[in-house]
Write a protein of this length. Structure first.
Length: 202
């Protein structure tokens, strides 16, 4: 007698779980739990109380600045959870939005009306997509352009020099690459107008 194999492959299980997760990708305030496991079960413990303890609150239209840890990008950060309960670092302004509205849908950013990264006043926060976040940053002149961009390998002042030297036939792209410490293809993109056209106003 043959028995039917009802067990799913690991790939099938991953695909099934992935579909489920994708359809329910919402960060909810209720999911951020601090508690004690074991026989006592899990009960929420006051991360919200800690949050407001670390916030300097003022009038409803004022910025409420975060008074605790500041992350590398200038936003307030706070740990929520325990080692057993998925301890994670969250940005303070996102936590503030969660406290006020209960959830943040997957893929959405929490933006500032006030352009103050330390501000966690829920009245100053609103949701937006990633492109909207970039457009908002560009309008407020917070985008890193030119030599301020973190990925820049060649200064803006050197770009016209490279183009002139190559156009005059003085050096090959490979020689220019060695001279400026970049790959030949990088020089090729510069002289052909593919790179540094937006980062440098020429």
């Amino acid at each position: 007698m043959r028995y039917k194999n009802t067990s799913q492959s690991s790939a099938a299980k991953a695909a099934a779980s992935g579909a489920t997760v994708k359809s329910q990708q919402v960060v909810r305030m209720a999911d951020l739990v601090e508690g004690r496991g074991g026989n006592r079960g899990t009960r929420p413990v006051g991360w919200v109380k800690r949050f407001w303890h670390n916030t300097k609150r003022g009038l409803p239209d004022e910025c409420w600045e975060w008074q605790s840890t500041i992350g590398r990008f200038g936003y307030g950060v706070m740990c929520v959870g325990t080692r057993r309960m998925n301890r994670k670092i969250h940005q303070a302004h996102r936590l503030s939005y969660l406290i006020q509205h209960g959830e943040i849908r997957y893929g959405l950013c929490v933006l500032h009306k006030c352009d103050n990264r330390k501000c966690v006043n829920p009245n100053h926060l609103f949701l937006g997509t990633r492109p909207e976040n970039q457009q908002d940053a560009a309008r407020k002149n917070r985008m890193a352009w030119g030599d301020k961009h973190s990925g820049v390998k060649i200064a803006c002042v050197d770009v016209p020099k490279i183009k002139e030297m190559y156009a005059a036939g003085q050096f090959t792209q490979k020689e220019l690459g060695k001279m400026f410490g970049v790959d030949r293809r990088h020089i090729g993109r510069i002289v052909n107008g593919i790179r540094r056209t937006k980062l440098c106003a020429l």
